[in-house]
Design a protein around this ligand. Structure first.
Ligand code: F6P
Length: 320
């Protein structure tokens, strides 16, 4: 193998730059040429790419987002787009491709593998819904962002005897909401995986008010309801004044944590090693601090990464 390429696709997350950097520097040190593709599969179709050198990735590690930029590309869902993407790669002499993104991005990579390109996927999504990895890239930074925001909210909430309903992004997965609720000391975590009862929540909020508590934090996963909806449901029942906060895309940005910088570096280097060892159609993952490589088919056929039951139990024991 003489030439590889790298792209970031789907929703961005912190740590992607660390992964790109590791792909580029590991590739160059193994004597490979490395092509950077801009804006995910869109750049592959539009031939928006450039040759990378070690300086191309200088001063990127500490930055959030992806300096290669990302996009969600409809053409890549169709045969004509997949054919064009594969032929552009072949025209460039690219034999191996590293795709950094979520499940949809890896499905795109599989179509290129079916057309003769070796591909390795790096799981990157704040949602932590991708199976066969303990953590996806970007999750830890998103958690830290949420914690920072909720700590700030608690300061102002306590000063005014207020309840805050905080909407947490995470698609259909409750991981971020649950784990952040534990780490923030929230009172409630409403997640898609566990049914909730609004009456019980209101009873608890009333009890807290009677006990003289000065704030309450209710975290709601976007896959359950909007903060506005939950606020409407409880507003007639509680004596706390309530406010809402929608964290949204704020969760995805910011300088990556040490964990995400290391994870991105390990995933990037592991992906290049796998290509050099003629592996293809696999996703690199983390299991018990070891890198693993799982066949795309296994990843695609598995259900969404299940919630860790230990975390659910811990939340209950902590009265969440
Ligand atoms: O999958 C990552 C994610 O940030 C989800 O948490 C969220 O639902 C979605 O992407 C938002 O997508 P977009 O960036 O297209 O608005």
């Amino acid at each position: 193998m003489k030439r590889i390429a790298v792209l970031t696709s789907g929703g961005d997350c912190s740590g992607m730059n660390a992964a790109i950097r590791a792909v580029v520097r590991s590739g160059l040190s193994a004597g490979l040429d490395v092509v950077g593709i801009k804006k995910g599969y869109r750049g592959l179709i539009d031939r928006d790419y450039f040759m990378m050198n070690t300086k191309s990735v200088s001063n990127t590690l500490q930055r959030g987002g992806t300096f290669l930029q990302s996009a969600r590309c409809k053409e890549m869902m169709e045969t004509a787009g997949q054919d064009l993407a594969a032929s552009n790669l072949k025209g460039l002499g690219v034999e191996g491709l590293v795709v950094i993104g979520g499940d949809g991005s890896m499905r795109g990579a599989k179509t290129l593998m079916d057309r003769g390109i070796k591909v390795i996927g790096i799981p990157a999504s704040i949602d932590n819904d991708i199976p066969f990895t303990d953590m996806s890239l970007g999750v830890d930074t998103a958690l830290n962002n949420i914690i920072y925001a909720v700590d700030c909210l608690k300061d102002t909430a306590s000063s005014h005897d207020r309840a805050f309903i905080v909407e947490v992004m995470g698609r259909d997965c409750g991981y971020l909401t649950l784990v952040a609720a534990i780490a923030c000391g929230a009172e409630h975590a409403l997640i898609p995986e566990v049914p909730y009862n609004i009456g019980d929540i209101c009873d608890n909020l009333r009890k807290r008010y009677r006990e003289g508590r000065d704030n309450s934090i209710i975290m709601v996963a976007e896959g359950v309801a909007s903060a506005q909806e939950i606020s409407e449901q409880i507003k007639h029942h509680i004596r706390f004044e309530s406010r809402i906060m929608v964290l949204g895309h704020y969760q995805r940005g910011g300088s990556p944590t040490a964990f995400d910088r290391l994870l991105g570096s390990r995933f990037g280097q592991g992906a290049v090693d796998a290509l050099l060892n003629s592996q293809s159609g696999k996703m690199v993952g983390l299991a018990g601090n070891q890198l693993t490589f799982t066949d795309f088919d296994k990843v695609f056929n598995a259900p969404m990464r299940p919630l860790n039951e230990t975390m659910v139990k811990l939340a209950h024991k902590l009265d969440i």
